[in-house]
Design a protein around this ligand. Structure first.
Ligand SMILES: Nc1ncnc2c1ncn2[C@@H]1O[C@H](COP(=O)(O)OP(=O)(O)OP(=O)(O)O)[C@@H](O)[C@H]1O
Ligand SMILES: N[C@@H](CCO)C(=O)O
Length: 308
Protein backbone atom coordinates (compact mmCIF):
# COMPACT_ATOMS: atom_id res chain seq x y z
CA UNK A 1 0.00 0.00 0.00
CA UNK A 2 1.32 3.47 -0.87
CA UNK A 3 1.00 5.81 2.08
CA UNK A 4 0.00 9.46 1.57
CA UNK A 5 2.92 11.93 1.64
CA UNK A 6 0.84 14.97 2.39
CA UNK A 7 -2.22 15.99 4.44
CA UNK A 8 -3.84 19.34 5.13
CA UNK A 9 -5.84 19.09 8.34
CA UNK A 10 -8.28 21.85 9.26
CA UNK A 11 -9.59 21.97 12.85
CA UNK A 12 -12.23 24.31 14.33
CA UNK A 13 -12.04 26.36 17.51
CA UNK A 14 -14.29 25.24 20.35
CA UNK A 15 -16.14 26.84 23.22
CA UNK A 16 -16.68 24.63 26.24
CA UNK A 17 -18.55 24.42 29.53
CA UNK A 18 -21.20 26.89 28.23
CA UNK A 19 -22.05 27.66 31.86
CA UNK A 20 -23.04 24.50 33.76
CA UNK A 21 -21.47 21.87 31.42
CA UNK A 22 -18.00 21.92 33.00
CA UNK A 23 -15.65 19.40 31.35
CA UNK A 24 -18.46 17.63 29.44
CA UNK A 25 -20.18 20.07 27.02
CA UNK A 26 -18.57 21.85 24.07
CA UNK A 27 -19.32 23.26 20.63
CA UNK A 28 -17.24 23.79 17.50
CA UNK A 29 -17.08 27.37 16.21
CA UNK A 30 -16.46 29.05 12.86
CA UNK A 31 -12.74 29.84 13.37
CA UNK A 32 -10.07 27.37 12.20
CA UNK A 33 -6.42 26.38 12.41
CA UNK A 34 -4.76 24.53 9.50
CA UNK A 35 -1.96 21.98 9.85
CA UNK A 36 -0.13 20.83 6.69
CA UNK A 37 2.00 17.70 7.04
CA UNK A 38 4.49 16.80 4.30
CA UNK A 39 6.65 13.68 4.47
CA UNK A 40 10.37 14.39 3.90
CA UNK A 41 12.92 11.93 2.52
CA UNK A 42 15.77 13.54 4.41
CA UNK A 43 16.10 16.05 7.21
CA UNK A 44 18.54 16.82 10.01
CA UNK A 45 15.62 17.48 12.40
CA UNK A 46 12.67 15.07 12.93
CA UNK A 47 10.35 17.98 12.11
CA UNK A 48 10.66 21.34 10.38
CA UNK A 49 7.93 23.65 11.66
CA UNK A 50 6.75 27.00 10.31
CA UNK A 51 3.87 29.00 11.73
CA UNK A 52 1.89 31.83 10.13
CA UNK A 53 -1.19 33.87 11.03
CA UNK A 54 -2.49 35.14 14.34
CA UNK A 55 0.18 35.39 17.10
CA UNK A 56 2.43 33.02 15.11
CA UNK A 57 5.59 34.00 16.98
CA UNK A 58 4.15 32.54 20.22
CA UNK A 59 3.97 28.97 18.92
CA UNK A 60 6.97 26.68 19.46
CA UNK A 61 8.79 25.50 16.33
CA UNK A 62 10.70 22.56 17.79
CA UNK A 63 9.75 19.03 18.83
CA UNK A 64 7.87 20.37 21.89
CA UNK A 65 5.22 21.89 19.59
CA UNK A 66 1.91 20.40 20.74
CA UNK A 67 0.75 19.46 17.22
CA UNK A 68 4.02 17.60 16.66
CA UNK A 69 3.76 15.95 20.10
CA UNK A 70 0.34 14.62 19.07
CA UNK A 71 1.74 13.50 15.69
CA UNK A 72 4.56 11.59 17.44
CA UNK A 73 2.12 10.19 20.04
CA UNK A 74 0.03 8.50 17.36
CA UNK A 75 3.08 6.77 15.87
CA UNK A 76 4.13 5.76 19.38
CA UNK A 77 0.64 4.26 19.82
CA UNK A 78 1.20 2.32 16.57
CA UNK A 79 4.64 1.25 17.84
CA UNK A 80 6.26 2.89 14.81
CA UNK A 81 8.86 5.65 14.45
CA UNK A 82 7.31 8.88 13.20
CA UNK A 83 8.35 9.80 9.64
CA UNK A 84 10.47 12.91 9.03
CA UNK A 85 8.06 15.74 8.24
CA UNK A 86 7.59 19.38 7.43
CA UNK A 87 4.71 20.88 9.45
CA UNK A 88 3.19 24.18 8.37
CA UNK A 89 0.71 25.70 10.83
CA UNK A 90 -1.68 28.48 9.82
CA UNK A 91 -3.38 30.01 12.86
CA UNK A 92 -6.88 31.46 12.93
CA UNK A 93 -7.69 30.53 16.54
CA UNK A 94 -6.23 32.83 19.22
CA UNK A 95 -3.89 31.12 21.70
CA UNK A 96 -4.70 30.46 25.36
CA UNK A 97 -7.96 32.41 25.24
CA UNK A 98 -10.52 29.68 26.03
CA UNK A 99 -11.26 28.82 22.40
CA UNK A 100 -9.62 25.41 22.30
CA UNK A 101 -6.32 26.28 20.60
CA UNK A 102 -4.59 23.35 22.32
CA UNK A 103 -7.35 21.00 21.16
CA UNK A 104 -6.82 22.10 17.55
CA UNK A 105 -3.15 21.21 17.88
CA UNK A 106 -3.87 17.80 19.44
CA UNK A 107 -6.59 16.89 16.94
CA UNK A 108 -4.56 18.28 14.01
CA UNK A 109 -1.45 16.30 14.98
CA UNK A 110 -3.30 13.03 15.61
CA UNK A 111 -5.39 13.20 12.44
CA UNK A 112 -2.39 14.25 10.31
CA UNK A 113 -0.38 11.31 11.67
CA UNK A 114 -3.24 8.90 11.11
CA UNK A 115 -3.50 9.98 7.45
CA UNK A 116 0.26 9.61 6.86
CA UNK A 117 0.16 6.18 8.56
CA UNK A 118 -2.55 4.98 6.15
CA UNK A 119 -5.55 5.68 8.43
CA UNK A 120 -5.20 2.65 10.75
CA UNK A 121 -7.19 4.19 13.62
CA UNK A 122 -10.94 4.77 13.77
CA UNK A 123 -12.53 8.08 14.74
CA UNK A 124 -13.40 6.65 18.18
CA UNK A 125 -9.79 5.57 18.76
CA UNK A 126 -8.53 9.03 17.75
CA UNK A 127 -11.04 10.68 20.11
CA UNK A 128 -9.87 8.48 23.01
CA UNK A 129 -6.20 9.42 22.46
CA UNK A 130 -7.11 13.11 22.05
CA UNK A 131 -9.08 13.15 25.32
CA UNK A 132 -6.21 11.43 27.06
CA UNK A 133 -3.77 14.11 25.83
CA UNK A 134 -6.06 17.09 26.61
CA UNK A 135 -7.23 15.69 29.97
CA UNK A 136 -10.94 16.40 29.39
CA UNK A 137 -13.25 15.74 26.43
CA UNK A 138 -15.16 18.99 25.94
CA UNK A 139 -12.75 20.68 23.46
CA UNK A 140 -11.33 17.75 21.51
CA UNK A 141 -14.69 16.00 20.93
CA UNK A 142 -16.43 18.86 19.07
CA UNK A 143 -13.12 19.80 17.40
CA UNK A 144 -13.05 16.27 15.97
CA UNK A 145 -16.76 15.77 15.29
CA UNK A 146 -18.23 19.28 14.87
CA UNK A 147 -21.47 20.71 16.28
CA UNK A 148 -22.31 20.79 19.97
CA UNK A 149 -21.46 17.58 21.86
CA UNK A 150 -21.92 16.11 25.30
CA UNK A 151 -19.31 13.55 26.36
CA UNK A 152 -19.47 11.19 29.33
CA UNK A 153 -17.93 7.81 30.08
CA UNK A 154 -19.97 4.63 29.77
CA UNK A 155 -19.87 1.70 32.21
CA UNK A 156 -16.62 0.45 30.64
CA UNK A 157 -14.94 3.86 30.80
CA UNK A 158 -15.33 4.41 27.03
CA UNK A 159 -16.58 7.77 25.78
CA UNK A 160 -20.30 7.98 25.08
CA UNK A 161 -20.77 11.04 22.90
CA UNK A 162 -24.14 12.60 22.10
CA UNK A 163 -24.85 15.37 19.60
CA UNK A 164 -26.66 18.26 21.28
CA UNK A 165 -29.29 19.93 19.07
CA UNK A 166 -28.66 23.68 18.84
CA UNK A 167 -31.51 25.86 17.58
CA UNK A 168 -30.51 27.97 14.56
CA UNK A 169 -31.78 31.19 16.20
CA UNK A 170 -29.18 30.94 18.99
CA UNK A 171 -25.94 32.69 18.06
CA UNK A 172 -22.63 32.34 19.96
CA UNK A 173 -21.05 35.78 20.40
CA UNK A 174 -17.44 35.88 21.57
CA UNK A 175 -15.41 38.73 23.02
CA UNK A 176 -11.71 37.86 22.93
CA UNK A 177 -9.48 40.11 25.06
CA UNK A 178 -5.82 40.75 24.30
CA UNK A 179 -4.60 38.94 27.42
CA UNK A 180 -4.06 35.20 27.88
CA UNK A 181 -5.14 32.86 30.66
CA UNK A 182 -3.66 29.39 30.58
CA UNK A 183 -6.03 26.50 31.19
CA UNK A 184 -3.61 25.09 33.79
CA UNK A 185 -3.77 28.33 35.79
CA UNK A 186 -7.57 28.55 35.51
CA UNK A 187 -7.92 24.94 36.73
CA UNK A 188 -5.63 25.52 39.73
CA UNK A 189 -8.19 27.89 41.32
CA UNK A 190 -10.97 25.28 41.33
CA UNK A 191 -11.85 23.38 44.52
CA UNK A 192 -11.16 19.64 44.72
CA UNK A 193 -14.70 18.85 45.94
CA UNK A 194 -18.18 20.42 45.85
CA UNK A 195 -21.22 20.44 48.12
CA UNK A 196 -24.40 18.52 47.30
CA UNK A 197 -26.39 21.76 46.71
CA UNK A 198 -23.77 22.90 44.17
CA UNK A 199 -23.79 19.51 42.40
CA UNK A 200 -27.60 19.52 42.23
CA UNK A 201 -27.62 23.13 41.03
CA UNK A 202 -25.37 22.27 38.08
CA UNK A 203 -27.24 19.06 37.18
CA UNK A 204 -30.52 20.96 36.96
CA UNK A 205 -29.02 23.82 35.00
CA UNK A 206 -27.21 21.56 32.53
CA UNK A 207 -30.47 19.71 31.85
CA UNK A 208 -32.25 23.02 31.36
CA UNK A 209 -29.47 24.25 29.06
CA UNK A 210 -29.79 21.20 26.80
CA UNK A 211 -33.55 21.82 26.49
CA UNK A 212 -32.98 25.56 25.99
CA UNK A 213 -30.39 25.01 23.23
CA UNK A 214 -32.79 22.65 21.46
CA UNK A 215 -35.85 24.91 21.66
CA UNK A 216 -34.45 28.49 21.95
CA UNK A 217 -36.88 28.89 24.88
CA UNK A 218 -35.63 32.23 26.20
CA UNK A 219 -36.63 31.80 29.88
CA UNK A 220 -34.91 28.43 30.05
CA UNK A 221 -31.76 29.79 28.40
CA UNK A 222 -31.63 32.82 30.71
CA UNK A 223 -31.83 30.57 33.79
CA UNK A 224 -29.68 27.76 32.43
CA UNK A 225 -26.39 29.58 31.89
CA UNK A 226 -25.71 29.80 35.65
CA UNK A 227 -23.04 27.56 37.14
CA UNK A 228 -21.49 26.80 40.53
CA UNK A 229 -18.61 24.55 39.51
CA UNK A 230 -16.09 26.84 37.83
CA UNK A 231 -17.27 30.38 37.10
CA UNK A 232 -17.55 31.62 40.71
CA UNK A 233 -13.83 30.78 41.12
CA UNK A 234 -12.61 32.05 37.76
CA UNK A 235 -14.47 35.29 37.19
CA UNK A 236 -12.01 37.27 39.35
CA UNK A 237 -9.16 36.14 37.03
CA UNK A 238 -10.88 37.98 34.18
CA UNK A 239 -10.62 41.73 34.63
CA UNK A 240 -13.84 43.33 33.37
CA UNK A 241 -16.03 40.21 33.64
CA UNK A 242 -18.86 41.96 35.54
CA UNK A 243 -19.00 44.94 33.15
CA UNK A 244 -19.02 42.77 30.02
CA UNK A 245 -21.68 40.46 31.49
CA UNK A 246 -23.90 43.44 32.39
CA UNK A 247 -23.45 44.96 28.91
CA UNK A 248 -24.31 41.70 27.12
CA UNK A 249 -27.44 41.16 29.20
CA UNK A 250 -28.50 44.82 28.79
CA UNK A 251 -28.13 44.40 25.01
CA UNK A 252 -30.55 41.46 25.19
CA UNK A 253 -28.32 38.38 25.39
CA UNK A 254 -29.77 35.30 27.13
CA UNK A 255 -26.68 35.35 29.32
CA UNK A 256 -22.89 35.40 29.38
CA UNK A 257 -20.42 32.72 30.41
CA UNK A 258 -16.68 32.11 30.41
CA UNK A 259 -15.65 30.34 27.19
CA UNK A 260 -13.66 27.28 28.22
CA UNK A 261 -11.18 28.28 30.88
CA UNK A 262 -11.32 31.94 29.73
CA UNK A 263 -10.52 34.74 29.32
CA UNK A 264 -12.79 34.87 26.25
CA UNK A 265 -16.38 35.58 27.24
CA UNK A 266 -19.26 33.92 25.39
CA UNK A 267 -22.76 35.36 25.17
CA UNK A 268 -25.67 33.46 23.68
CA UNK A 269 -28.08 35.74 21.85
CA UNK A 270 -30.99 35.60 19.45
CA UNK A 271 -29.75 35.97 15.85
CA UNK A 272 -31.59 39.29 15.41
CA UNK A 273 -29.59 41.05 18.12
CA UNK A 274 -26.26 39.16 18.04
CA UNK A 275 -24.30 42.00 16.31
CA UNK A 276 -25.58 44.49 18.93
CA UNK A 277 -24.52 42.18 21.71
CA UNK A 278 -21.03 41.90 20.18
CA UNK A 279 -20.74 45.71 20.01
CA UNK A 280 -21.93 46.11 23.62
CA UNK A 281 -19.42 43.52 24.91
CA UNK A 282 -16.57 45.17 23.01
CA UNK A 283 -17.45 48.66 24.25
CA UNK A 284 -17.75 47.50 27.87
CA UNK A 285 -14.36 45.78 27.82
CA UNK A 286 -12.68 48.69 26.05
CA UNK A 287 -14.05 51.00 28.78
CA UNK A 288 -11.90 48.96 31.18
CA UNK A 289 -8.85 49.73 29.04
CA UNK A 290 -8.68 46.30 27.44
CA UNK A 291 -8.38 45.73 23.68
CA UNK A 292 -10.89 43.20 22.48
CA UNK A 293 -12.15 41.56 19.35
CA UNK A 294 -15.86 40.75 19.48
CA UNK A 295 -17.82 38.86 16.88
CA UNK A 296 -20.95 36.86 16.30
CA UNK A 297 -19.86 33.40 15.13
CA UNK A 298 -21.79 30.33 14.11
CA UNK A 299 -21.59 26.68 15.02
CA UNK A 300 -19.22 24.63 12.89
CA UNK A 301 -21.12 21.50 11.84
CA UNK A 302 -18.15 19.61 10.36
CA UNK A 303 -15.31 19.29 12.85
CA UNK A 304 -11.92 18.20 11.58
CA UNK A 305 -11.53 17.96 7.81
CA UNK A 306 -8.68 16.55 5.73
CA UNK A 307 -7.36 17.21 2.23
CA UNK A 308 -4.81 14.70 0.99
N1 LIG B 1 -1.68 25.67 16.71
C1 LIG B 1 -0.92 25.29 17.73
N2 LIG B 1 0.19 24.60 17.50
C2 LIG B 1 0.94 24.19 18.52
N3 LIG B 1 0.67 24.43 19.82
C3 LIG B 1 -0.42 25.11 20.10
C4 LIG B 1 -1.29 25.58 19.07
N4 LIG B 1 -2.31 26.21 19.66
C5 LIG B 1 -2.10 26.15 20.99
N5 LIG B 1 -0.98 25.49 21.26
C6 LIG B 1 -0.43 25.24 22.60
O1 LIG B 1 -1.50 25.23 23.54
C7 LIG B 1 -1.30 26.28 24.53
C8 LIG B 1 -2.62 26.88 24.94
O2 LIG B 1 -3.36 25.90 25.60
P1 LIG B 1 -4.44 26.27 26.72
O3 LIG B 1 -5.12 24.99 27.07
O4 LIG B 1 -3.78 27.05 27.82
O5 LIG B 1 -5.43 27.27 25.99
P2 LIG B 1 -6.62 27.03 24.97
O6 LIG B 1 -6.58 25.61 24.49
O7 LIG B 1 -6.51 28.08 23.94
O8 LIG B 1 -7.87 27.33 25.87
P3 LIG B 1 -9.07 26.37 26.42
O9 LIG B 1 -8.48 25.02 26.68
O10 LIG B 1 -9.54 27.05 27.68
O11 LIG B 1 -10.12 26.38 25.37
C9 LIG B 1 -0.39 27.27 23.82
O12 LIG B 1 0.30 28.05 24.75
C10 LIG B 1 0.50 26.36 22.99
O13 LIG B 1 1.51 25.80 23.81
N1 LIG C 1 -13.44 22.33 30.62
C1 LIG C 1 -12.13 22.91 30.56
C2 LIG C 1 -11.99 23.62 29.24
C3 LIG C 1 -10.66 24.31 29.05
O1 LIG C 1 -9.78 23.52 28.34
C4 LIG C 1 -11.96 23.90 31.71
O2 LIG C 1 -12.89 24.69 31.91
O3 LIG C 1 -10.93 23.89 32.37
Amino acid sequence: MTLPDHAIVSVPATTTNIGPGFDCLGAALSLRNHFTFTRLDQSIEPVQISVSGLEAARVKTNETNLAYQAFAKLFQHLKQSPPLIKLEIRLGVPLARGLGSSATAIVGGLVGANVLAGSPLSEAELVAIAVDMEGHPDNVVPAMLGGCRLAATDLNGEWAIAPVPWHSEIVPVVAIPDFELSTAEARRVLPAAYSRPDAVFNMGHLGLLLRGLDTAHSDWLRAALQDRIHQPYRRSLILGFDAVEAAAVAAGAYGLVISGAGPTLLALAHADIAPLVAEAMKAAWEDQGISVQAQALHLDPTGVSVQV
